[in-house]
Design a protein around this ligand. Sequence first.
Ligand code: MTE
Length: 301
Amino acid sequence: MAFRWKNTLTSDDVTPYAAYLNRRQLMAGAAAGAIAGAMPMASRAQDALEPNTWEEITSYNNYYEFGTGKDDPARNAHRLTIDPWTVRIDGLVDKPGDYSFADILSQMTVEERIYRFRCVEAWSMVIPWNGFELADLLDWVGVQSSARYVAFETAMRPEEMPGLASPVLDWPYVEGLRLDEAMHPLTMMATGIYGRDIPKQNGAPMRLVVPWKYGFKSIKSIVRISLVEEEPPASWNVTNPREYGFYSNVNPNVDHPRWSQATERRIGGGLFAKRQPTLMFNGYEEDVASLYDGMDLSEFI
Ligand code: MTE
């Protein structure tokens, strides 16, 4: 990896919930702040970010396993059992196995990252995540040289997830990344928000966050990670390939067939707030554009 991306903002910037931060997370935040001075890359787009409130982030959600209404996940996700939680890591890895979430966490460095989050439905938030780099997890299990993609799968528990009764998607929810996208230092596994454990409606105990892609790539409550050779299925792409591509990079110049992607509505901005221009790769262009050199982004949506 040519560089290690660190956020310039630390837990001090999100004071309302600083009281909830445990010592470990505070220390990780301080370390990230110290390194940031020497790491100018990627942080420019972060400078003026004002995070959404805890209430906004945890009450306006998409998690169709718990219903398709924006407030269904907050109402229903309490049914999800997350302790114990096991993640199967398999396929083209040196150390395949069933790993407990606690074991994974004990091996990872948790830090805070304040990222833009842009849903394909054209709303957005700014979220102070806590989590670790997916690359660290993949390095820990050892990726074999033939692996080209990473496939992810969400838990599928009809008794806990009332939304599974509806055929809106082919369950379980699945997603995928190309290996270089998965290994990119911006790509993280989120385990917290505002220094607290990530709420169930946001994808407890661990969910993917890929800040330059539409939100549906950021799959929640992951139970399986597989290293594979071929492009894996992705739920929305399978359901409607014309409207949702495998890549799904945020791109203001390529409209959704049914609406413009040029602007976005910031959640919490109030009823009369002006829509904001959507940024190429959601503001992370300098960091990630090179991943797509030579690709026609209106074709590879
Ligand atoms: N993951 C699963 N398993 N099920 C879902 O319905 N929705 C996706 C993504 N991950 C979804 C999911 C979509 S469309 C978005 S915009 C984000 O989660 C929403 O994340 P948030 O509720 O934490 O803001």
